[in-house]
Design a protein around this ligand. Sequence first.
Ligand SMILES: [Zn+2]
Length: 176
Amino acid sequence: MPNYDAHVLSGIVSYPIAVAVAGYLSTIGAPFKLTTIALVIGYALYVLGADLPDMDHPDALIHRGTKPIVSVLTGGAAYINVIDRIHLNPEWLTITAAWGIAIAAALVAWYAFTWLMPKHRGIVHSLLFAFIYGALAFLLVDYGLGMSTGEGLYVGFAAFSGYTLHLLLDREISLI
Ligand SMILES: [Zn+2]
């Protein structure tokens, strides 16, 4: 099984192949727009995708690195949701109590992230998830960043390709 370095480095060095494929496809009608900013964002999501599937392994660096982010985001979101529903005096007591609840949510997210993760090399190691990752990348660029649809489609393609590269190296190409 290729390790973290092998997966990430394979993404870092093989990007020109994905660019060449997208460039060729665009000459035969694919609606990709290879602008500089799309190519740079595509590179980041391509390399991230090259390691992302190992999120389903509790010992993998990407799993351990993502877990605190998910936990903190959940805690932050919980704080935003409860702060207006608690009314204590003085106000700092309200804020402290709201953080107490937020931390409970963050803790649940911390453990649930590992518990609920599908088994290693299960559905997370599939072309379906590569497609979902590509679709999210497209939405991020097209709607989140307000870039053009052609740029979004290119970045989505790059993200999908990076994720698929990981599956290729693992020799785990399955539809779902
Ligand atoms: Zn893997």
